[in-house]
Design a protein around this ligand. Structure first.
Ligand code: SF4
Ligand SMILES: [Zn+2]
Length: 393
C-alpha cells in the first residue's frame, strides 16, 4: 500500500506542474480536474491554453530527499505487514538508531524483517508529462527529465495519454538543454540523447499509457511500443469496455504442440515472432471508475484481461472495482454462475438502470480486495530494477 499517495500501485506521486486537458473518454470524469476547480491558482486549470501551475521549490526539492534516503537504504518493504515506506529510527525500546516499520500496528522487529526497496514514483497524477499544450513550456519537461536523471534510486512511473508525442517533446527538450548548457553537454545530455536514439533507455523509467477501451488501446499502444523503455505498462483504468491486448503482449505459442500440424517454415516464423515479441508490454493495471458519476464496470472485462496477461506471463495488478461494479455474471439476481467468482459473504447488491445488479462496496473506490471475489485479488508487479546499496545510517 502506498505510504504517501492513495494510488495502490505506486509509493509516491509527483507533479512538477498541475493542469491538463481532456483527451478521450477516460478523461470524462477526471478527478484532478474536478478537485482543481476549488483552487486553480495552486492546482492548475484544465483545457487548451488554460494556465498550468508549476510546483513551488520546496515541493520539487522532495525528489532529491527521496533519492538520498532511498540511496541510504531507508526505503523498505516490510516482510511481516507488507508496508512499503521510508523507515524511521526507533529510539525505544531499541535505542541506537535502528530502523522500524512505519506501520504502528506491525510486530516486525526493527531492521530484522524488512527489505531495501526502490520507491515507485508516479508522475503525474494531476497533469500529463507529455502534454504538448502551449500552456506547458518545454522547459518544464526538461526540468522533469533532469530530476528523473538525477534520482537513480527512484523508479519513475511516467504515465501519459499522448505517447505519440514522446519523440517530438523530448527532441524539443534536448534543444532547450543545448541552448541552456552549450553544445558539449554532460551526463544528462548523453542520457537524453541515448534515450531518444534508442541506444539505451533509462533504467529508472517505466513508461505507461492509459487505455480505457479497445479504440484507445489500438491507437495508443503502437505509439507506446515505439518508446524505448526498461518497463512499458498499461493503465486500463477507468476500464470502459472489454479490451483485447493479445497482439501487444509477449506471445508464447506452444510450438511443440503445433509441430505435427504446422509446416517447418511456419514453425520457424512463429518462433522468430516469439523472440521479437518478448519485450512488448511488461505490466498491466486494471480498474473500474470511481466517483459519483462513475460509469459501469463489468468485472468480466477484468477477468478476460487477467487471462490474457496470464497466457503471456505478464504481471497483472487489479487496482479497484470502482463505484459501479456489476455484481452478477449472467446469473440470477445477486448470485453467480461460477462459484469461483462468488462475492464474499455479506456483500450487498443494488439494482441499476441497466437491469443489472451492482455490488455495493464499502470502500468508496472499490479498492479493498477483501470485498472482491477471490479470483480478482491479484496485485503483481514486474520484476525489475537494481536495489540501492544498503548502507549504515
Ligand atoms: S490525462 Fe489525466 S489528468 Fe489529464 S484530463 Fe485526462 S485524466 Fe485528467
Ligand atoms: Zn511491518
Amino acid at each position: 500500500m502506498a505510504e504517501e499517495t492513495g494510488v495502490e500501485w505506486c509509493d509516491l506521486t509527483f507533479n512538477l506542474w498541475r493542469g491538463c486537458k481532456k483527451k478521450s473518454a477516460g478523461c470524462g470524469n477526471c478527478y484532478a480536474a474536478r478537485f482543481a476547480q476549488f483552487n486553480p491558482a495552486v492546482l492548475g486549470s484544465w483545457g487548451p491554453g488554460r494556465p498550468r501551475v508549476h510546483a513551488v521549490g520546496s515541493y520539487v526539492a522532495q525528489v532529491a530527499r527521496w533519492n538520498e534516503r532511498a540511496g541510504a537504504g531507508l526505503f523498505r518493504e516490510c516482510s511481516v505487514c507488507g508496508r512499503r515506506g521510508f523507515y524511521k529510527r526507533v529510539e525505544r525500546p531499541f535505542p541506537g538508531g535502528l530502523l522500524g516499520c512505519p506501520n504502528p500496528d506491525c510486530v516486525a522487529l526493527p531492521e530484522q524483517e524488512s527489505d531495501v526497496a526502490r520507491p515507485r514514483v508516479f508522475s503525474a497524477s494531476m497533469a500529463d508529462w507529455l502534454d504538448d499544450d502551449e500552456a506547458v513550456p518545454v522547459g518544464w519537461l526538461l526540468e522533469l527529465l533532469r530530476l528523473v536523471h538525477g534520482s537513480p534510486n527512484l523508479d519513475w512511473l511516467l504515465l501519459t495519454k499522448s505517447p505519440e508525442v514522446w519523440e517530438e517533446r523530448l527532441t524539443l527538450a534536448l534543444g532547450v538543454d543545448r541552448i541552456e548548457t552549450g553544445e558539449k553537454g554532460g551526463a544528462f545530455r548523453r542520457w537524453l540523447t541515448d534515450w531518444l536514439s534508442g541506444e539505451e533507455s533509462p533504467r529508472n523509467v517505466w513508461v505507461g499509457t492509459s487505455v480505457e477501451n479497445q479504440e484507445w488501446a489500438d491507437k495508443r499502444i503502437p505509439a507506446l511500443l515505439r518508446i524505448p523503455a526498461a518497463v512499458r505498462f498499461l493503465s486500463v483504468e477507468p476500464m470502459l469496455g472489454p479490451v483485447n491486448l493479445e497482439w501487444a503482449l509477449p506471445w508464447k505459442p506452444n510450438i511443440e504442440a503445433m509441430r505435427p500440424t504446422v509446416l517447418r517454415d511456419e514453425l520457424e516464423r512463429l518462433a522468430e515472432r516469439d523472440r521479437e515479441h518478448t519485450s512488448l508490454i511488461h505490466w498491466v493495471i486494471c480498474g473500474g471508475e470511481s466517483g459519483s458519476r462513475a460509469r459501469v464496470f463489468d468485472p468480466c472485462w477484468a477477468i478476460d484481461l487477467m487471462r490474457q496477461c496470464e497466457r503471456a506471463g505478464v504481471p497483472f495488478f487489479m487496482k479497484q472495482m470502482g463505484a459501479r461494479a456489476v455484481a452478477d455474471f449472467g446469473g440470477l439476481r445477486g448470485t453467480v454462475v461460477c462459484p469461483e467468482r462468488r462475492w464474499p459473504v455479506g456483500a450487498e447488491f443494488v439494482p441499476s438502470e441497466h437491469g443489472k445488479d451492482l455490488v455495493k462496496l464499502h470502500h468508496k473506490k472499490g479498492g479493498d480486495p477483501a470485498e472482491w471475489p477471490e479470483i480478482y485479488r491479484r496485485r503483481e508487479f514486474p520484476m525489475v530494477g537494481v536495489k540501492p546499496r544498503r548502507t549504515t545510517v
